[in-house]
Design a protein around this ligand. Structure first.
Ligand SMILES: [Zn+2]
Length: 145
């Protein structure tokens, strides 16, 4: 166990009035989240079933499935369609990363102020407001567009 004396010495070198939790809150952002895990969470959200070609319904496997899961461009070997995992979903042509989406969703769930969320996710407050509407529309069964 650390002695009280050691703690006191290290605190003496630190300027007063700076809260570590406040500093962490200031530094925290989407880049603190695991991009792969956030991608999995977002993918499971937009594709609750198996990964399929949006045109012919072919179930993806192998390299096609891996490309789909990494949000890469997939070429359907059955019908020839090119598509990504976001095609035809609420995330089609979305410019923010899965980590940013997960962070926005998480902070919205905690009812954090929109301006704070926008700062943490490095997006405009209007973007946060639109995502709140999108999440609500999806929860009601809409497509979130
Ligand atoms: Zn197809």
């Amino acid at each position: 166990m650390e002695s009280l004396e050691t703690t006191a010495i290290s605190d003496r070198a630190r300027p007063t009035g700076i809260s570590f939790p406040a500093e962490v809150a200031k530094a925290f952002g989407a880049d603190f989240l695991d991009p792969e895990r956030c991608g999995e969470i977002v993918l499971a959200w937009i594709h609750p079933g198996p990964a399929v070609c949006p045109r012919c319904g072919l179930v993806l496997e192998g390299r096609s499935l891996a490309r789909f899961q990494s949000f890469g461009r997939v070429h359907c070997r059955e019908c020839g369609k090119f598509f990504t995992a976001t095609a035809g979903t609420a995330l089609h042509k979305v410019q923010i990363s899965p980590s940013q989406i997960v962070l926005i969703a998480y902070l919205l769930a905690l009812e954090v102020d929109l301006v704070e969320i926008s700062r943490a996710a490095s997006v405009d407050p209007e973007t946060v407001r639109l995502w709140r509407l999108k999440f609500a529309a999806l929860a009601r069964g809409g497509r979130g567009k």
